[in-house]
Design a protein. Structure first.
Length: 228
């Protein structure tokens, strides 16, 4: 039979933001107990008193930080390299029936130059293209009739290569973002593939952002070791 603490852990493991809030001691336990009481009772298939829930949460708190850190630590330690590309430009166009054709022609034009940075993020109503600013004048020739919504210059991208296991770790991206935001770094764009996670920032912020990402591994390790 599942106990109240076991039911709590099952619920909290699925909510990384809740897990972090508990680890920082910023969540009112009585309020949290009232909120998750129906979920706990659904798992246990019986009524659970508020006092029992609050007590279980108090006892759960000491191991919350290790639970959060150890899961993310495994991924951070297995991460490979960090790649930085500076002097980029971002262009956001309104989607149209001719935009895809313009993109295709431009890609063919720059395909022989393997040093050029090029990425596309297509949304429902608009598409953002981020390229090396050395070819932005060439790009304009292929998009003369497209509606330019926004252009931002002097950007840089920082790419973190992640191991296969990253797909199974909830809260990983939140963990990375929280550290970057804590340093007051504004993220202009986010680019994500299955095993790569990139942020785009201003050129003058790239060193600071790179330092944050590079120190994540050391910072998490120190945090966990200090709790043993």
């Amino acid at each position: 039979m599942i106990s109240v603490p076991q039911a709590l852990e099952r619920i909290i493991r699925q909510k990384p933001l809740l897990l972090e809030g508990l680890s920082e001691g910023i969540i009112n336990l009585s309020s949290l107990a009232r909120k998750i009481q129906p979920d706990v009772e659904l798992i246990l298939k019986r009524e659970v008193k508020m006092g029992a829930l609050v007590m279980a949460l108090k006892r759960f708190e000491p191991k919350v930080q290790n639970l959060l850190s150890n899961r993310i630590l495994e991924v951070v330690q297995a991460s490979e390299d960090i790649t930085v590309r500076s002097n980029l430009a971002s262009f956001t166009y309104q989607n149209s029936h001719t935009l895809a054709d313009a993109q295709s022609k431009f890609i063919k034009d720059i395909a022989s130059n393997k040093t050029i940075f090029y990425t596309i993020s297509q949304g429902v109503f608009e598409t953002t293209i981020i390229i090396s600013d050395t070819v932005k004048e060439r790009m304009f020739k292929f998009f003369p009739q497209e509606s330019l919504i926004n252009q931002t210059d002097s950007l840089a991208s920082i790419t973190l290569r992640l191991p296969i296991m990253n797909k199974e770790i909830p809260g990983l991206y939140h963990f990375i973002f929280s550290r970057i935001i804590w340093e007051g770094i504004n993220v202009y764009e986010v680019i994500s593939t299955t095993h790569e996670f990139s942020i785009v920032v201003k050129n003058d912020c790239v060193e600071k952002a790179f330092s944050v990402l590079r120190s994540l591994k050391t910072g998490v390790m120190m945090r966990v070791e200090g709790e043993r």
